[in-house]
Design a protein around this ligand. Structure first.
Ligand code: NAP
Length: 332
């Protein structure tokens, strides 16, 4: 496993990290979840990503149990706040009240005194940005959070937050967590250039497009049993990508991967890691063998000819519009 700096910070993260959205506390039993975490640790993954909202807070509990007993200093634990964790009007968003209360819940569930990275899971148009950033800064000063970042913020939102932090002397954002894959490149036009200039690293999610880029979903055929597309919690999220044109083109990536001696999943993860602004690619897994497959992408170099072949195969199905980076206008 190779390691990269998280943005311009001093923190090193494994360039492939493990995330537990959809899986822990929901799609997979606890035993399988623990086996995936064990496989991740055995393969050299040190960076783990979760969120308060995953599986209605159960995902953090499962991850906390799966990591119990592992030397805390050998791990980077990331979590997030924004999406609802309860019924009340204050159980959501990026107010001082919700951030503070949610972090305390996350620390309890994760069985840790601090998280390495705390991320605003979307932009909150109903809270002054200064209130959110001051709260993040307070949590850093209290030692409960070591670094702060965001997820799916636009370049304009990230830039505004950095300016406020600089003016007020607050801790700066070190990372953004966007969706990024061969199929979804919306950060390339605006978020990446600003982030490179400002020292913000991308911790990218769904690098395998939730399983689509493994090639296991075949055009015109029902999804394979046990896959995310057949899971009640996961199917709604992946369905947008299960389009026959996309799936037909993805099948044509198979020979490109095979020529390089890679699985299609490895090609997909390696592809996002070619972008130097990417600090880590977060992969999900419903079984340990998937983790073992995906980590082999660490250190793989793809030359310009391979990248061009991928672009030629995918052609018009690649999404590049920066306007696709959106946060809800009102808190959910
Ligand atoms: N910030 C955000 O808003 C946000 C949003 C989404 C995700 N995330 C983070 O990013 C993490 C990863 O997201 P993701 O799970 O969508 O990423 P992904 O790695 O693109 O997809 C993971 C899923 O693909 C399938 N898969 C993975 N490797 C495979 C392999 N080698 N062979 C066959 N199937 C394979 C598995 O699903 P099946 O076996 O069920 O098919 C697995 O659960 C999340 O856990 C979370 O930490 C963040």
């Amino acid at each position: 496993m190779e390691f990269r700096h998280l943005g311009r910070s001093g923190l090193m993260v494994s360039e492939i990290s493990y995330g537990n959205w959809i899986t822990h506390g929901s799609q997979v039993e606890e035993d399988a979840a623990k086996q995936c975490v064990r496989a991740a640790l055995d393969e050299g993954i040190t960076t783990f990503d979760t969120a308060d909202v995953y599986a209605g807070t159960k995902a953090e509990e499962v991850l906390g149990r799966a990591l119990a007993g592992v030397r805390r200093e050998s791990l980077e634990i990331f979590t997030k706040v924004y999406w609802p964790t309860g019924q009340g009007p204050n159980d959501r968003g990026l107010s001082r009240k919700h951030i503070t209360e949610s972090l305390h819940g996350s620390l309890r569930r994760l069985q840790t005194d601090y998280v390495d990275l705390y991320q605003a899971h979307r932009f909150d148009y109903e809270t002054p940005l200064e209130e959110t950033l001051k709260t993040f800064d307070d949590l850093v000063r209290q030692g409960k959070v070591l670094y702060v970042g965001v997820s799916e913020w636009t370049a304009e939102q990230i830039g505004r937050a950095l300016k406020i932090a600089d003016e007020m002397g607050f801790d700066r954002l070190v990372s953004n967590q966007p969706q990024y894959s061969m199929l979804w490149r919306v950060i390339e036009a605006e978020v990446v250039p600003l982030s490179e200039k400002e020292g913000v690293g991308q911790i990218v999610f769904s690098p395998i497009a939730q399983g689509v880029l493994t090639g296991k979903y075949l055009p015109g055929q029902p999804p394979p049993a046990g896959s995310r597309a057949t899971d009640p919690a996961g199917s709604g999220f992946i369905s947008r990508m299960l389009d026959d044109d996309v799936l037909t083109r993805v099948q044509r990536l198979g020979p490109i991967a095979a020529d390089l001696g890679l699985s299609m999943a490895q090609l997909a993860v390696a592809w996002v890691l070619q972008n130097p602004n990417v600090s880590s690619a977060i992969v999900g897994a419903s079984r340990p063998e998937q983790v073992r497959d995906n980590v082999r992408a660490s250190g793989v170099k793809l030359d310009a000819e391979v990248l061009k072949k991928i672009d030629d195969v995918l052609g018009p199905v690649v999404e590049r519009d920066p306007a696709k980076t959106v946060s809800p206008e009102r808190r959910p």
